[in-house]
Design a protein around this ligand. Structure first.
Ligand code: GUN
Ligand code: ZN
Length: 438
């Protein structure tokens, strides 16, 4: 047994989904909570007055009264190999892929380069309080090995996969239906279910895979039922038009995914901006999730994700927030929440701070089918916990002091906060203090 860690301070958590009924009741806030962690799990959580007597008498309690304890953040969609092209300005999606992304990903043929970037990426996840990430590798199988190796020992929960792409990409970045299948299978057998690691079958987007390759993605999911699937959908109008010409027999973009068996629980599709209600309903009916990537959508000028529409269909579409670095401009889930707020405002939808926190934690965990393990503070959940510092800068301290209640405090943090606010991270119980200051 590992030693018990006990924190005492203000904590925000979820009692229920804030997109169901009353927003005010969903967010739990305790100004004086106790949370105890041991062997990678939360063993106790609740008001200090109630939980204190349940703890061993000799337990050391760490007081963090000037903090806000929240669940570890979940980033549902991010490309680790694109860390080096953040801020490559000047183009929309298809041109950006050709001019910046593909050349950057070609450099990952070099294993040493892949390992270096993977280590930097893992350090940045922790610096930003992200404890679960769903990650794209490059077409090279060894890029995924490098990522999992870099995350080893950190406690991070990582779901990742090598990109499948056998057409419409530079020759050096193309696999074949057979080699993509073989490499994915090797990676699944090596990494899926190892500790907190999982594998995501990763057809990059349907435009860069032949129908034969998309058939292999379906086959891999059937052969290994616990794996995830990740891809991109309806991000940019030129992309949507191109997909229509590549798959003229399909009714729409989501129908392409449907025909190849790429929907369902554990299928996470990035963006979903240019969707019809039929497509939203089909995503929802199949239990597929959308990764909403607001900083990326703004950077590439892709469009404004319609969160209200995703939550208006019945059943609702599962949505998780995501950074989508390197089209995304930051690995900070606080900044990503702030951008999601602004995107919703431009759609005349005032999403609440607690709804945004939900999308970055418990809602994202549910989108991944991991809600029994992570995304919230509660006894029995994995010890994925972030201690935020609302006094990280003088202005933030001054502004936060004026916030009246948890909802307002969250609103300020997601508008003004970033990695400077991350004081301590517990990832699967592994402690990282001031992880951004290395
Ligand atoms: N669509 C296909 N590949 C990509 C990618 O790498 N980034 C984004 N934002 N969209 C994509
Ligand atoms: Zn992406």
């Amino acid at each position: 047994m590992s030693p018990l860690t006990v924190l005492r301070g203000p904590a925000a958590f979820f009692r229920s989904d804030p997109f169901d009924g009353s927003v005010g009741e969903a967010l739990g806030y305790d100004a004086d909570a106790l949370i105890a962690l041991q062997d990678g799990r939360i063993t106790h959580f609740g008001p200090a007055a109630a939980v204190g007597p349940e703890l061993p008498r000799d337990a050391t309690v760490e007081h963090v009264p000037d903090s806000l304890i929240v669940p570890g953040f979940v980033d549902c969609h991010v490309h680790f190999a694109q860390l080096g092209i953040v801020g490559a300005c000047g183009h929309q999606l298809l041109e950006w892929l050709t001019r910046h992304t593909f050349p950057a990903e070609q450099a990952f043929e070099d294993r040493g380069h892949a390992s270096n970037v993977a280590r930097r990426f893992v350090a940045e996840l922790l610096a930003n309080g992200t404890t679960t990430a769903v990650v794209y590798g490059t077409v090279h199988g060894h890029s995924v090995d490098a990522l999992f190796e870099a995350a080893g020992g950190t406690g991070l929960r990582i779901v990742a996969g090598k990109a499948l792409m056998d057409r419409n990409a530079p020759e050096q970045l193309r696999d074949t239906a057979q080699s993509g299948y073989d490499d994915s299978k090797r990676l699944i057998e090596r990494w899926h279910g190892r500790g907190r690691f999982g594998y995501a079958v990763t057809p990059r987007f349907v435009a860069t895979s032949t129908p034969e390759q998309l058939d292999t993605a379906r086959a891999l999911r059937q052969e290994f039922p616990g794996v995830w699937l990740q891809s991109h959908v309806a991000e940019n109008t030129a992309e949507v038009a191109w997909v229509r010409t590549l798959f003229p027999e399909a009714a729409d973009y989501v129908d392409v995914l449907d025909r190849f068996g790429l929907l369902g629980p554990r299928a996470i599709h990035g963006h979903g901006i240019h969707l019809s209600d039929r497509e939203r309903r089909r995503l929802a009916d199949t239990g597929s999730a959308i990764a909403h990537c607001p900083t990326s959508n703004l950077f590439l000028g892709s469009g404004l994700f319609d969160l209200a529409a995703a939550k208006a269909v019945e059943p609702r579409v599962e949505v998780g927030l995501a950074t989508d670095v390197g089209a995304g401009t930051s690995l900070s889930m606080l900044k990503t929440m702030g951008a999601a707020y602004q995107v919703a405002q431009l759609r005349d939808h005032a999403v609440s701070p607690s709804q945004l926190l939900w999308l970055a934690t418990a809602g994202a965990a549910r989108a991944l089918g991991a809600e029994r393990e992570t995304g919230n503070l509660g006894t029995g959940l994995d010890a994925d916990v972030v201690v935020l510092d609302p006094k990280a800068t003088p202005l933030l301290a001054w502004r936060c002091a004026q916030a009246d209640g948890a909802e307002q405090l969250l609103g300020v943090l997601l508008t003004m906060g970033d990695d400077r606010c991350v004081r301590t991270v517990f990832a699967g119980g592994h402690r990282h203090d001031r992880p951004g200051s290395a």
